[in-house]
Design a protein around this ligand. Structure first.
Ligand SMILES: [Zn+2]
Length: 436
């Protein structure tokens, strides 16, 4: 970097501090903030600098926490053991900790203004079933294990940011809740975030979700999705002596073939996934049941509804095809149904929101660039209710999420941690230091 560029960067940084802590004048958050501290004071806030400086010498500790948490299995609805460790980490960071009825671990850092809350959250659960080998392996700088990145990264960052604020003795203007929440993945149906938003809704000013690795994106648009399960049942019987009896797996396959051929638009982007299929008891039995789980997502609610109808029609036709195929079907009939396992509402963060301004200012501060993304995350719940929310990666690099080959490389994670901390303080704000 040449000197002119270095100087312009330095100028840019000062400007960014001003932007970060001045916030857009139009926002209601900013209007209330004038009493907390002047821009100049915050721009040179020694406590904030101390908090940012805490990460570099503690990267080994942060990586270790990530490995330790990842090695505790946390399938949906079985997050308790991992939650207990987060509870200890939050307590050690000086937070007032409680576990709510859903299983969310909530660590409170009380602000000057207790009537306004900013949440920093990371989900506890993984997509991996109990019994999956979650032992962390190391290859070069990489850590490998199912769940290491999603959401070992978010959880480690959550604990690290709490510690950094503690070490720097930061008192926020608004109360900050550090939340390790349950039920984000799969059939958890965002139950943890639903319960949290329900409990704090009237005081909730912003929600920042830490999910996975990276710093390249900010999710501000909540992708609507539905999760459906097809269940087809029949009498079941012997493969030889009962041949002809209607077969639920046959019907499911016939219906699936029809559904797979459903046309989906590229815009609004719409997707479907046949994600899990099971049924049957043995190779030589006509099964009495077949089940299929389908995930549908779309930028448009009406496309979602259309896809759900298409699934129902396809399955009705699949059952009909099976019953009408030229065999003796007099020995029983098939029942079928489609159940809604989960529904994630859509929503979008306003372009002029103070939260997005804080994120953008933080990006500039750490010299990062990020693109707006649409995705289905914990942020769906607050966004669908008009509460400011984003979901971001917590730094470093990761890949193979939701697969057994999942990996995480912590190189450069410090920038992601700083970005998250600055965004958090950008909306929670720092209370003026008490005179010594
Ligand atoms: Zn995740």
């Amino acid at each position: 970097m040449n000197r002119t560029r270095a100087r312009s960067r330095a100028v840019k940084r000062v400007l960014v501090w001003v932007i970060l802590f001045a916030m857009p004048v139009r926002s209601s958050l900013a209007r209330q903030s004038t009493r907390s501290a002047s821009v100049g004071q915050l721009g040179e806030n020694a406590q904030v600098r101390a908090a940012l400086a805490w990460f570099a010498p503690n990267l080994v500790w942060i990586n270790d926490q990530q490995a330790r948490l990842t090695e505790i299995p946390a399938p949906a609805f079985q997050e308790g053991q991992r939650a207990a460790v987060l509870k200890t980490l939050f307590s050690a960071a000086g937070l007032t900790v409680q576990v709510d009825a859903t299983g969310n671990v909530i660590g409170e850092l009380r602000g000057v203004n207790e009537k306004e809350i900013v949440v920093l959250s990371a989900h506890l659960d993984t997509v991996f079933s109990a019994g999956t080998d979650v032992k962390v392996r190391h290859e070069g700088s990489r850590m490998l294990a199912p769940g290491i990145s999603d959401n070992g990264t978010g959880l480690a960052a959550l604990a690290a940011i709490a510690r950094a604020l503690q070490e720097a003795q930061i008192k926020p203007q608004r109360t900050i809740l550090f939340v390790a929440d349950v039920g984000e993945e799969g059939e958890g149906n965002l139950r943890g975030m639903r319960a949290l938003v329900d409990a704090y809704r009237s005081r909730l000013k912003a929600v920042i979700v830490l999910d996975g690795a990276g710093t390249d994106h900010v999710t501000t648009i909540a992708l609507a999705s539905r999760r459906l399960e097809v269940i087809i049942s029949g009498p079941g019987g012997h493969s030889w002596s009962d041949f002809g009896m209607p077969n639920p797996i046959n019907a499911l396959v016939r219906g699936s073939m029809r559904f797979i051929n459903t046309k989906v638009p590229g815009s609004p982007r719409t997707t479907f996934n046949l994600g899990q299929i099971d049924g049957g008891t043995s190779i030589n039995s006509i099964p009495y049941q077949a089940r299929l789980k389908v995930d549908v997502r779309s930028e448009s609610e009406s496309e979602l509804a259309r896809l759900e109808s298409a699934l129902r029609e396809s399955m009705a036709a699949g059952v009909r095809d099976e019953m009408e195929s030229p065999r003796d079907r007099s020995r029983g009939k098939l029942e079928w149904k489609v159940e809604l396992l989960g529904s994630r509402p859509g929503g979008e963060l306003a372009a002029g929101s103070p939260l997005l301004a804080a994120l953008r200012a933080s990006d500039a501060m750490v010299e990062n660039e990020s693109r707006i993304e649409r995705s289905s995350t914990d942020a769906n719940i607050p966004l669908s209710l008009g509460i400011d929310a984003i979901s971001i990666g917590a730094g470093g690099n990761g890949g193979g999420a939701h697969s057994l080959q999942e990996w995480y490389d912590p190189a450069g994670r410090e920038m992601g941690l700083k970005r998250a901390l600055l965004t958090l303080l950008g909306v929670a704000e720092v209370a003026p230091e008490r005179p010594k």
